[in-house]
Ligand binder design. Structure first.
Ligand SMILES: [Mg+2]
Length: 235
């Protein structure tokens, strides 16, 4: 019998997906600045880019998956330059996708904690709404695949977590950890999981408090997941 059951989110919980997007957006800004010969004077360069990014995403039917050429054009406008050539825009967009293809870094304590839990007999399930090939690739790159018993992909609603709860059998405790309150915490808690909210890197600090009381606990390091399992140190 498993000594517990952990459902862990992947993006921005196991690894820092936001950082990859931030790097790619900053790369766009840098190249637009170089192309138009003007720089933003905003000190928080990411916030400068994100104000346009959020604005486009809000208006575009594809939301955050809008075509990045729109961000390039918005930044060109914002820097008060005439339109760039199509060739230049294509180059900037291509390098954006190059940066975006880079592997996200693991968040602190992730591998050691999953190993500790796995050694202690906890069954570990990765649950995500992301793309399967990308997720498997990241698990493989970071050598987590052997520690994880399954990858479950689907829309994270109450039914999704009910299924996982059923699957846990009589394993106890049943814990869910993630960085999104509406996807990882609220529906998991409704299904009966003990929930750990692990905020991601780029969320404004006031949002950390907002609704965080829905979680059973807010954790600052992935290593804190261990505390939810009342196990002796397996080492
Ligand atoms: Mg996430």
């Amino acid at each position: 019998m498993a000594q517990g059951f952990l459902v862990t989110d992947a993006d921005n919980t196991l690894w820092d997906t936001n950082k990859v997007f931030a790097d790619a957006q900053l790369a766009i800004l840098e190249q637009v600045e170089a192309s138009v010969g003007a720089n933003t004077d905003r000190r928080d360069r990411l916030a400068f880019v994100r104000q346009f990014d959020q604005d486009i995403a809000r208006r575009h039917e594809a939301g955050l998956k809008y075509p990045p050429v729109l961000l390039v054009q918005a930044l060109v406008d914002a820097l008060g330059a005439a339109a760039l050539s199509d060739k230049l825009i294509d180059e900037i967009v291509a390098s954006y996708f190059d940066v975006l293809a880079q592997k996200p870094r693991l968040r602190n304590g992730v591998r050691a904690t999953l190993k500790w839990l796995n050694d202690a007999g906890v069954e570990i399930i990765v649950a995500s709404e992301g793309r399967e090939d990308r997720l498997r690739d990241n698990l493989d790159t970071h050598k987590l695949d052997a520690l994880v018993s399954d990858l479950v992909i689907g829309r994270k609603n109450r039914a999704f977590f009910n299924d996982l709860y059923q699957r846990s059998g009589d394993a106890c405790p049943r814990v869910c950890v993630g960085d999104q309150l509406d996807r990882d915490i609220t529906p998991a808690k409704e299904a009966g999981f003990t929930t750990l909210y692990f905020p991601g890197g780029f969320r404004p600090s006031w949002e950390f408090e907002l609704g965080a009381q829905d979680a059973d606990r807010v954790i600052k390091s992935y290593a804190d997941v261990k505390d939810a399992f009342s196990l002796r140190d397996a080492a």
